[in-house]
Design a protein around this ligand. Structure first.
Ligand code: NDP
Length: 469
């Protein structure tokens, strides 16, 4: 059974226009996704790239091939030829009407184009207006990259600009994390197992901890990253979407509206973060990255405590952290359970792990439970064992997030995309810590970030993989 449910009356897109075809995202993610879609027989429509670079149609095909090689793709020439035959390119500035007129000439036979805006966020509105002024908005869909706005007000403004020409049902705001296998399997873990529901609430859960750590730095994206920072790059979107999926109630059915309603509800119940519960860090050496301002105060690390005012979660802290140049690359969600009211065979000197469920999204995708088991022999000492499924050989067969998301958008299925209300709630939650910022705390690359971040979780047994402070 597919995860999403396409509205019955949704026409399939008959043209894909890639604004930003010469950019970093196109090279790293979009060309590989298009190739794989074509290989699975799920594309088969014309693809027009639009960007400033003075390229020809042939140049676009060369760049697409190069992107696939860089991605390590073992290119099937028959598939590539099918894709390449369908590809063409329009060169032009997005602030010029002529660019969109040239695009219209190429797109004249299509009724339901899909426009992917892989362009700098400051140009989302400009491109949407250009599409509309060329008369191309009717029957069309718009895929918008992140970040959607820089704060709550700018997101409201951007929504208003887009809604001048596109209905909400035609807007697909990408958060590629939601397309990850681990996040989709989280819903099965939560709602297909009878034993999960009774232990997924404030009676049993002590805290929830979410980590998105990268062992590498900003690399060659200094100028981009310096204007964004960890909070806007990954916390406001990816990490809060993870919170929503972990904490929401069971949707009333498998439909897109039901799922998105539950996500919106739990985000609405989440309090705005208090500045005292927020830690910002910057790794030593960040200021030497090309493109970064010499006196930059941009955070490469963010950690915070969230509270959700719902009957299920009231009083259970959700700790979030994300950062670059950390000890390892891992994305994980840990649900830590309370101790039994009066534990037997454990005294205050026994440091035994507690019950927990750990869901790893990267580098692997699995869920594991830690519980206590009697140590063998003449003792009643408990020892912790972790129950994890054996590695699944089929782990790599599913579509990559961009492949899946592009396909869903072309079908017109919004399930995996962020709705207007959830994006605004996500900005509301982080708004106080966007404006009330303390100076960043410098941390050494290869560590787990600033020391103050350990203090955040001190009364809840520390962060996973790190000794308590
Ligand atoms: P880049 O700066 O690498 O690419 C921007 C693209 O927009 C290029 O194709 C550029 O054309 C084109 N462009 C910019 N200004 C104009 C203009 N005035 N007229 C015509 N074309 C223009 O950005 P990214 O690819 O990195 O990012 C694109 C979007 O995707 C952003 O919103 C970003 O936040 C988002 N994103 C990026 C990720 C990544 O890993 N790169 C990850 C997740 C989201 P040209 O190069 O020819 O000048």
């Amino acid at each position: 059974m597919p995860f999403t449910t396409t509205p019955a009356d949704a026409p399939r897109s008959d043209l894909l226009v890639m604004f930003g075809a010469s950019g970093d995202l196109a090279r790293k993610k979009l060309f590989p996704a298009l190739y794989r879609l074509e290989a699975r027989g799920r594309l088969g429509i014309p693809v027009i790239g639009v960007a400033l670079s003075d390229w020809s149609d042939a140049d676009l095909r060369v760049q697409a091939r190069q992107a696939l090689l860089e991605d390590g793709e073992d290119i099937d020439e028959v598939v590539f030829e099918r894709l390449a035959r369908n590809m063409s390119y329009v060169s032009g500035n997005y602030s010029e009407v002529a660019t969109f007129e040239r695009l219209r000439e190429r797109a004249s036979n299509c009724e339901h184009p899909i426009f992917h805006l892989a362009v700098p966020p400051s140009l989302f509105g400009t491109v949407a207006n250009g599409i509309a002024s060329a008369g191309l908005a009717k029957g069309a869909r718009l895929v918008i990259e992140k970040p959607f706005g820089r704060d709550h007000d700018s997101a409201v403004e951007l929504n208003e600009t887009l809604h001048e020409h596109f209905a909400e049902s035609a807007i697909f705001r990408i958060d590629h994390f939601v397309g990850k296998e681990a996040l989709r399997s989280l819903l099965v873990t939560r709602f297909a197992n009878a034993i999960t529901e009774p232990m997924w609430n404030r009676n049993v859960v002590d805290s929830v901890k979410i980590t998105m750590a990268e062992s590498f730095g900003v690399e060659d994206r200094g100028a981009f990253y310096d204007s964004v920072g960890a909070m806007r790059d990954v916390v406001q979107n990816h990490l809060l979407q993870m919170v929503a999926l972990l904490a929401m109630e069971q949707p009333v059915n498998e439909g897109s509206k039901a799922l998105r309603d539950e996500k919106a509800k739990v985000l609405t119940a989440t309090r705005a973060v208090e500045p005292k519960h927020y830690v910002r860090g910057q790794y030593r050496g960040y200021l030497d990255v090309p493109g970064v301002r010499p006196d930059s105060d941009t955070e490469t690390y963010a950690a915070m405590r969230l509270e959700i005012d719902s009957p299920r979660w009231s009083g259970v802290p959700f700790f979030l952290r994300a950062g670059k140049a950390l000890h390892e690359t891992v994305t994980e969600m840990t649900i830590e359970f309370k101790s039994p009211p009066r534990p037997l065979w454990l005294d205050e000197h026994t440091h035994c792990p507690r019950n927990s469920m750990r869901i790893e999204a990267k580098p692997q995708n699995f869920a594991a439970i830690t519980w206590l088991h009697k140590e063998p022999g003449d003792t009643m000492m408990p020892q912790a064992i972790t129950l994890a499924p054996p590695p699944d050989e089929r782990a790599d067969i599913g579509p990559e997030p961009y492949e899946l998301l592009l396909e869903e958008a072309m079908k017109g299925d919004p399930t995996l995309f962020a709705r207007e209300d959830t994006v605004l709630e996500q900005w509301r939650i982080v708004e106080p810590i966007l404006t009330d910022v303390r100076p960043v705390e410098v941390y050494e690359p290869g560590t787990w970030g600033p020391r103050s971040a350990s203090m955040l979780t001190r009364s809840h047994h520390g962060w996973p993989s790190e000794p308590p402070a």
